[in-house]
Design a binder for this molecule. Sequence first.
Ligand code: FAS
Ligand code: PHB
Length: 391
Amino acid sequence: MKTDVAIIGAGPAGLYLAQMLHNAGINSVLLEAKSEDYVIDRVRAGVMEQGAVDTLKEIGVGEGVEKDGLVHDGIIWRFDGQDHYIDVQKLTGGRSVIVYGQQSVVRDLINARRKYSDIHFSTPVTKIEDTHGKPKVHFELDGKPVVLECDFVAGCDGFHGISRQTIPEAEQKIFEHVYPYSWLGVLAEAKPSSHVVIYSHHENGFALSSMRSEEISRLYIQVNNDDSADNWSDDALWDELELRLGNGVKDFKINRGPILQKGITPMRSYVCETMRYGNIFLAGDAAHIVPPTGAKGLNLAVGDVRVLSAGLKEYYAEGKTEWLDKYAETCLDRIWKVERFSWWTTTMFHPAPDASDFDVKMQLASLNYLANSEIGAASFAENYVGLPYAV
Ligand code: FAS
Ligand code: PHB
């Protein structure tokens, strides 16, 4: 089997890239280890930067987000028993964020891909050879071994994928920070308790109130790394969410309902600066991870594949490799700024288990400064709505 580009992974990175390449007349084979249901059922990102939405529309897959995306011009911060509305739209001269769950994004992109090509679900790639020549990608189709020969491999296979593992460890330039807390995430059939996302710094720990639609709430609380979703009854979870999100706001009541899914998300910052190895290019979570506080995981993946797509278009249209040759350097400039923002918002909002009273005072002073300084809030807002793309 032969193609131009082998795309490993049908998450946001792989699916956005597949559509970009198709629009440019570049052939690709998309290989996904899990089933279609598994990929679409995974409840992950919720907030899209304006740029990620604009990109979806540019590549011709904007109908769903146009119809069902919830445009948010601001967010609420709660701390020290105070309520602050951060008007990101005003602070950034008109840019917003859009709540449109990752499940919907991948569903829309899968449906688009199906119009012109296959996605091979339940087809894990088991080996990648000849990385510096014409890469050979190994997998099985209908129980038979297949070798796919291609010009390039797009490693869009997430943090646990095979692409980064194909790069010799000695060649991998890794940076990592693990946080002393995790998120317990809840998806519930309950009307969101606020029309915008609430970020709450509470002495018991951080809490966040978001949504997937007008009927579905998405909520998180900070928990210790050794905690488990099984330790929390539904009532205990709702009570803690109400306490932390209420945060001194008079008569705050959380809308309760059947819990559809709950799970623990560990928190880490991670960058593999070796985003290119021969003709393998890493994109999205395969190259980097951010703690979810800043809502940047999916959005960073889009930034990477915009650069990779530009490089592949230049190669196939003009035979040049300028964008491909500077792929890692170009992506890392934006990646590190977003890693910083995600680390900053995480450390500002989450009282660590071993935090001193002084540490907490510094968090509250930072929040108080930003919420009451237009310059400070604008600095937060320009990162939150999304930094400019390199291309
Ligand atoms: P993905 O991990 O989405 O996709 C990689 C794909 O590659 C997967 O489908 C996997 O099955 C496949 N794959 C792996 N190995 C393979 C192989 N050998 N062969 C073929 N396919 C293979 N981000 C936010 O912005 N906000 C959030 O609230 C948020 N919550 C999250 C909660 C959880 C539990 C997790 C794990 C992540 C969360 N994220 C969140 C981050 C998440 O949205 C990622 O940033 C986003 O999915 C990145 O997309 P991809 O890079 O495409 O990787
Ligand atoms: C979500 O809706 O999942 C979400 C929203 C805002 C965040 C993180 C996650 O900062």
